[in-house]
Design a binder for this molecule. Sequence first.
Ligand code: ARG
Length: 467
Amino acid sequence: MRMKKNNKTNHMWGGRFNDAPAALLEKLNASIHFDWKLYAQDIRASLAHCEMLAECGIIEKKDATNICQGLKEIADEIANGEFTFSTTLEDIHMNIEARLAEKIGDVAGRLHTARSRNDQVATDMRLYVRDAIDALLNQLKTVMLTLSQKALENADLLMPGFTHLQPAQPITFGHHLLAYVEMFERDRQRFTDCRKRVNVNPLGSAALAGTAFPIDRDMTTNKLGFRTPTRNSIDAVSDRDFVIETIFCCAMTAMHISRFAEEVILWSSQNYGFIRLSDSFSTGSSIMPQKRNPDSAELLRAKTGRIYGSLTTLLTVLKALPLAYFKDMQEDKEACFDALETLSLSLETLNAMIEPIHIHKETIENAANAPFITATDMADWLVRSLKIPFRQAHHITGALVAFAEKKNCQLAELSLHDMQSIHPAITEDIFSVLSVKQSVNSRNVFGGTSPIQVTEAAQFWLNRLNT
Ligand code: ARG
């Protein structure tokens, strides 16, 4: 990126100043090295503002034509890396305006009629965040499709379901994967809802009090695809809730990614051996040749911390800020950009990492046969067949588990005689509920883990996401 410095007073606001800002202030104050990223949104908003000024008769049509032409050329210059940014000009807004003046002369100065950098930057940020949300929504959908497809393929793959990381009850692998689809769906809903509050138009609020020029706020609202103009000019220039809320949505999504990443790390460890990450998403060790490390999943897990950091930064920057605009608010940008970019990279990596995962089906099914994993099914049988209250059934099953443990066998390997020594009314029929497969098949309630339910749920998601 081309960047120049000079020692003149800032000609955008330097009228009442004799001396140039201290080099240190310039360094502290300049935001161009990060807010240049707003250039496309800044120019989009300026074009809408300029057209509106002309249509309302506030500036001449021919001036507006010149301004718009110049702005479009500047957009190309920046996109092509031909633009020289200046730190003396502080930020993206003044860099673009100064370049416009170089290109078309004094008439460039008419663009800033009925506008302030305060409503300008609020507008740019809203457009930027809105664009970013739309891209993230698409990425979330892609991840959900990938997971749903894998769930469909593994709707009947038996695995141990865990609580406290201890084998709890048998489940299906597809059901486990679809749990993450539910999380990402809630993330999509949160982003979609947040987007409504992002999508309002601050233009026309000017510095903080609105403007005396006869502008048409609905016109810029329509041109920029906003839902409605903001209702209070003071709030409009000082509100960054929409940034914080968006980053909160990012943080929640990242938290979900980190949970999945953690499972990938566990599952690909030798102790579990459930999956094997592809070579392209594993790394080796510089000293131990046998190692295959799940670095991709580890980094996804860690990036979450970085996004939380941005959320904390933004909440803290805005804390106790009186109305209306303060330069503090310039600090929203790096945290915002970083969180959005980090989440986007994480979602892209997550999807690419899941796609080629090799699932060791046999290992997973063997693990599903963990000792006594169908104990709940046994207790349920006592409730259903012998009409024993569940609490008591739980107690009897506990005794049967202890018995099997002593005999070093599975529940299904106890003889009827053994079982009747614990409770005389037990019949042969109890053996029908003790297999892992039967356990999973029996949980055929809506939302349950049976292959029938999981197949339907996966198909539901695939249909919904594809339409
Ligand atoms: N670069 C500034 C920001 O990001 C633009 C607004 C400046 N407004 C002002 N009154 N100094 O917040």
